[in-house]
Design a protein around this ligand. Structure first.
Ligand SMILES: NC(=O)c1ccc[n+]([C@@H]2O[C@H](COP(=O)([O-])OP(=O)(O)OC[C@H]3O[C@@H](n4cnc5c(N)ncnc54)[C@H](OP(=O)(O)O)[C@@H]3O)[C@@H](O)[C@H]2O)c1
Length: 332
């Protein structure tokens, strides 16, 4: 099969399309014919070894000290099940699925456990749209619901509202009944309004911290602000939740857990099947939708990595592994 591989850490140029062996499945796994995938900020970080300083050594130990252990990147995927192990009970051949794999989704076939974060694809979503969902939506869900403990009626500010996590954070915060302010660049104000933000702030023209009405939650998805800058814009019991954090934020989160009323909350996103099922239900009901920045064919996945690394994408960067017209013909 064809796969996007990387043999060493580095720039997008290290990603090469190669013929590799199709994965074999264990008894509890299914083989997915991948139709679409996406390149996320997590794929870029793994490929470039772009971890925060405190996480650099643990990251290299986990993902490969000198060279990457898993040579095929890719977490988000959508496709169709073409084979299953003998113990698989939740899926059958032909099921259309989407999900979040630990690695290996930038390829024509993916072997994944039936218990991993994979569910049936909502029928109202195309494969490319479904592949644009898991990373951003799962991260936004876990950060808002579990770490920020969002509640109805709260004022929530999403910094980076137009990014891969941000577009879902805006929509999920609305789902949870919050009054949402999205911070983004000039060209993306209309998009952020269209996905449900009650208010938008153009970061090139206005400082969100200069507000008369403070926020209960400030979720920073792009790492362009800080606790000290956000603090005056928080309610007395408000929380600052950075997705990108370093030693400073780790220290601040420990300190504010002991003293003061405004908190810094940090955490690592999860990838559970239950959470993906929750997201899938919202997609199916049209309560949330993916936003796609651009499509690339698998052969041009290195360009998709470059786009992601720019940090100016809008929503998700999708990679078509199978020509969509071929999929339609096969389904007819
Ligand atoms: N801790 C965890 O478990 C966890 C989980 C998931 C993600 N993360 C991290 O969180 C980050 C979020 O990833 P992502 O995929 O959402 O990012 P992304 O898609 O790369 O974010 C890009 C967006 O940010 C906007 N932006 C750039 N500068 C901005 C500014 N100064 N103010 C407001 N918006 C700005 C851009 O808009 P313009 O083009 O208009 O500038 C663009 O739309 C990544 O670093 C990822 O590693 C952490």
């Amino acid at each position: 099969m064809k796969a996007a591989t990387y043999q060493k850490y580095g720039s997008a140029d290290v990603v090469e399309i190669k013929k590799v062996a199709r994965p074999t499945i264990k008894d509890n796994e299914v083989l997915v014919k991948v139709y679409a995938t996406s390149v996320t900020t997590a794929d870029w970080r793994l490929r470039a070894s772009a971890f925060p300083i405190y996480a650099w050594l643990p990251g290299r130990i986990m993902f490969g000290l000198f060279v990457p252990k898993n040579k095929i990147l890719g977490m988000d995927f959508s496709g169709r099940i073409v084979a299953k192990g003998k113990n698989v009970t939740q899926f059958k051949g032909g099921d259309e699925v989407f999900g979040f794999a630990g690695n290996g989704a930038h390829a024509e076939y993916l072997a994944i456990s039936e218990d991993d974060a994979m569910v049936k694809k909502p029928v109202n979503l195309g494969y490319d749209e479904a592949a644009a969902v898991p990373f951003g939506a799962l991260s936004a869900l876990v950060f808002l619901r579990d770490f920020a403990q969002i509640k109805t009626g709260q004022r929530v500010l999403i910094n980076g509202a137009s990014g891969g996590v941000g577009v879902f954070a805006v929509q999920l915060a609305k789902h949870f009944g919050a009054d949402v302010t999205g911070v983004c660049g000039t060209a993306k104000l209309n998009l952020v309004k269209s996905i449900g933000a009650d208010h938008v702030i153009d970061y090139t023209a206005e400082d969100f911290a200069n507000t008369a009405e403070p926020y209960d939650i400030i979720l920073d998805t792009v790492g362009t602000t800080s606790f000290s800058r956000s603090k005056p814009a928080l309610t007395p019991s408000g929380v600052y939740v950075p997705l990108e954090f370093g030693l400073k934020e780790i220290f601040q989160s420990m300190l504010t857990s002991m003293i003061g009323t405004k908190k810094v909350v940090i955490g690592i996103s999860g990838d559970s099947k239950d959470d993906l099922a929750f997201i899938s239900d919202l997609l199916q009901r049209g309560e949330i939708r993916p936003v796609i920045d651009a499509h690339y064919p698998l052969d041009r996945i290195a360009d998709a990595h470059r786009r992601v690394e720019s940090r100016h994408k809008t929503g998700s960067v999708v990679v078509s592994v199978e020509q969509l017209d071929t999929i339609r013909l096969a389904a007819a």
